[in-house]
Design a protein around this ligand. Sequence first.
Ligand code: APR
Ligand code: PHB
Length: 402
Amino acid sequence: MTITRTQVAIIGAGPSGLLLGQLLHKAGIDAVIVERVSGEYVLGRIRAGILEQVCIDLLDEAGVGARMHKQGLIHEGIEMLFDGRRHRVDLTKYSDGKHVMVYGQTELTHDLMNARQAAGLTTIYEVKNTAVHDFDSVKPYVTYEKDGLTHRIDCDIIAGCDGFHGVCRASAPRTAIKEYEKVYPFGWLGLLSDTPPVNDELIYINSERGFALCSQRSKTRSRYYLQVPLTDKVEEWTDDAFWQELKLRLDQQGRDELVTGPSLEKSIAPLRSFVTEPLRFGRMFLAGDAGHIVPPTGAKGLNLAATDVKYLYDAIVEYYQDKSEAGLDNYSTRCLGRIWRAERFSWWFTQLMHRFPDDGAIIAKFQSAELSYLLHSEAGLRTIAENYVGLPLDFADTAELM
Ligand code: APR
Ligand code: PHB
């Protein structure tokens, strides 16, 4: 067995692990990342690409924001289509000047990987049998296998950035953890294509055939989603069938303006709301999808991961520089205040925009009435805009005052 030492052992080289590693590096704190799959595999995951200002600022703080600012698209509004009519939500007007950035998670992950490689930092890919040990002590360590050998990393802190299916949350004592979960009775069939977006801004669609979303990655690359039954298999969906169904859920303007083309990627993702409490177990801290999952409707997954990482980074810096554990002690509470607000919005938006199999026609009428009220009311428009663009970073410190 080889034994090495670092200050922070990060499990997972997705956005959470890479962003934490980059921030710690800038603070002069040593961190090693171990990752189960290859870097190419990580980059092959197609995920949402809507960045809140907090996430934008964090990428700048990490020194990896240049390409995002160059290639990302500022969006100041979204469209909501129901009962055959579009309604624009002016995000900037109703959030006191904020906006979101459209910039694919793949691109962001690429930027983080490039920065880590350029700095000569250690990411060990394609490891097997990662395990976390003694995290209830002040001398935790991680073991993993690679090239037929077992390796050990001694550290002060373990950052569980290993996603929903990772080993860190699974290693927490069952008596110390509470998990909250809601699984939705449908999935999202996503398609990526090198075609110009059907609209300048995103269109969220509640149609009698189900939810659809018209999103984008650039002026020449589009991302579309269709709500589909959980029993659907992606191989059953030809490109033509996808485009045909999307047209049925669009309005006439959309049908006239939609540019179709061959899919670059197609996949079906399940939807769930999931939260772990707490997010800290001794010297092991969960961040990102390792601690929570949102249905993608509100585009909160990446943004929640980013704020977890920011709070954990601040706490780790305080631990080493001020010899204080106050930030580590407050990490879980600080994250959860924000997480639950984003989970609530994502659930609410999902309930509002999707057709649930067991719902009767009356629920569709309720949805129509709620959408009509929200989109013709300053209070309604503000509640959509404030939640969509994201809560301020210091929100978690004032949650008890809300
Ligand atoms: N050992 C090492 N690495 C692991 C292990 C393990 N036992 N288990 C999982 N991993 C890796 C996965 O291969 C993955 O690359 O941890 C990484 C976790 O990355 P993500 O699942 O992308 O989670 P996170 O980094 O928190 O990013 C959250 O991803 O799922 C989206 O919507 C979500 O946009 C959000 C973002
Ligand atoms: C995406 O572009 O993948 C996307 C955008 C907005 C969402 C979900 C996904 O709400």
